[in-house]
Design a protein around this ligand. Sequence first.
Ligand code: KIV
Length: 259
Amino acid sequence: MKRNTIRTIKKLKEDGEKITVLTGYDYMWGNCLDNAGVDIILVGDSLGNTVLGYDTTCPVTMEDMIRHSAAVVRGSEKALILIDMPFMSYVTSEDAVKNAGRLIAETGGQAVKLEGGLEFAPMVRKIVENGIPVCAHIGLRPQSVNIQGYNTQGIDYIDKIKLKEDALALQDAGAFMIVLEKMDFDLAAEITDMLDIPTIGIGSGQRCDGQVLVIHDILGLFDKFVPPFVKQYANLRGEIIKAAKAYIDDVKGNVYPEK
Ligand code: KIV
């Protein structure tokens, strides 16, 4: 079966069909999410929090992203695999091209995502010129937590203007899609109407072209903070603990194995 491509994603927007994105971090997630039919699996650097147990995404390395992304690719057949560029891996255009190239060549993924506004348009342009599709990411940028915190973005007039300029510059630089994270809902809708490329919202309201969420959040797997905009579809953490406890009881009580 052929994978979704950036053309598939463009067509979804043209047809007015919402684009679905979920994060996935290894073979099993790649396999389950692909079977569910999600359009894009994002190997997010949120794996720093969900898989590696860091407080922020800043310690995530190129090697982390490569190992996890390659496993997601092996587990999936249809979804487009979008890979986050780690913190500090795209500070110059040269770094950006070299590291985006590694993420694609060493994993089999199809596209990369980087966080940042118009200051990063030159890096986006250079990566795209080298044949790699780029998804931009503005609004709340978790790699900039030490500057932004985790606050809603685009509240005051100056911020709104800047975010609109960012979105236009990134589209102009060749980004095929843009994530709008935790942004004022009306601003996200305005940016969506303004751009030709699809917008993917996370905590930015309904009027984006698609939505992305962290898989651990929607499945109730994460015991720490869950953002208020997340809808939880299951409580798998509770189920896992229940099953593990039942196994422990069986072994301790000589119930398993039966003979
Ligand atoms: O790393 C990540 O999971 C992300 C999404 C939440 C947008 O960047």
